[in-house]
Design a protein around this ligand. Structure first.
Ligand SMILES: [Zn+2]
Ligand SMILES: [Zn+2]
Length: 286
């Protein structure tokens, strides 16, 4: 049964994963091969799974991936252990529908810590349950793979953990599961907290979303978040030449080899209509 509240069980799991990540500092668990495994998996689960898969493809349909690749990216997203694809997409669509006002699951007005992680573990009336989930994600409910992963989204992580243990022992498990999850969590959560607090606004969005260069660097281009709230349908988040967006580079590359199509972008008219005058661009504020 899906709960409307954030749960203390979620909190316990998150604390446990961060404590497990600390074990990576124990000398017995350190191997350079484990660091390499972690770095690869950070990109595979955070960059391919969350940024490209769950966010730009499934939530916003800002591009269409070759179907087997879409499913592979969805499985990679499950490996980030941020809930099932359907729950992730539903929560994020609700965030876009009510950004920074009543109804937003991680309203940045409630404070940095709330939007960073407390919204998941404290009572929160803005999670969708039951039929509400279907209303926000009918496209995903129509997909048998997404429905399967809605129930079995932990399965890929179990398989990965067994494989890591088989090939690299506990060191690969500690670095490839626990340390990697803790890092990808922090990078993802910063999009909801820092990129609604610190940085500049290029566009009039009537919310607190910001473009934050260091969140964009850590988060595979997802930190150009004011651009994203202005044009949620856009496959490209970094819109200026200096706004590096590695996920957009990946999308263009996939399109060049015909693995992605229907890339959506704002028109110049849309951009100029919402662009703020230079003086109105907020630098940083809490
Ligand atoms: Zn946002
Ligand atoms: Zn979004």
């Amino acid at each position: 049964m899906k709960s409307r509240n954030g749960s203390f069980a979620t909190g316990a799991v998150l604390v446990g994963i961060h404590l497990g990540a600390l074990a990576a500092f124990w000398p017995g668990f350190f191997h350079w091969s484990s660091v390499a495994v972690m770095l690869v998996l950070i990109y595979v689960t955070g960059g391919l799974g969350i940024a490209l898969g769950f966010h730009r493809t499934l939530t916003h349909r800002s591009l269409t991936l070759w179907r087997p690749l879409e499913y592979a990216a969805t499985v990679c997203g499950c490996l980030a252990l941020q809930g099932s694809p359907i729950d992730w997409v539903v929560t994020h669509r609700i965030h876009h529908a009510n950004t920074d006002r009543d109804g937003d699951p991680h309203d940045a007005n409630a404070g940095f810590r709330w939007s960073h992680f407390l919204w998941m573990v404290m009572p929160n009336k803005n999670f969708a349950i039951g039929d509400e989930r279907r209303r926000y994600a009918p496209d995903l409910f129509a997909d048998p793979v997404c429905r399967f992963l809605d129930t079995y989204y932990l399965l890929p992580t179990v398989i990965l953990a067994i494989a890591l243990f088989a090939f690299g022992g506990w060191s690969w498990v500690v670095w490839g599961i626990f340390a990697r999850l803790a890092i990808v969590y922090q990078f993802t959560w910063l999009v909801n907290s820092a990129a609604h607090t610190v940085g500049y606004q290029s566009f009039r969005t009537d919310d607190r979303s910001t473009n934050c260069w260091w969140v964009a660097l850590l988060g595979w281009g997802e930190g150009w978040h004011n651009n994203h709230h202005a044009f949620p349908f856009s496959a490209r988040h970094g819109l200026r030449w200096y706004e590096l967006d590695v996920t957009w580079i990946l999308v263009k590359t996939l399109a060049a080899v015909r693995l992605a199509r229907d890339l959506k972008l704002p028109t110049p008219q849309m951009v100029s209509r919402l662009r703020l005058p230079r003086a109105a661009r907020r630098r940083t504020s809490a």
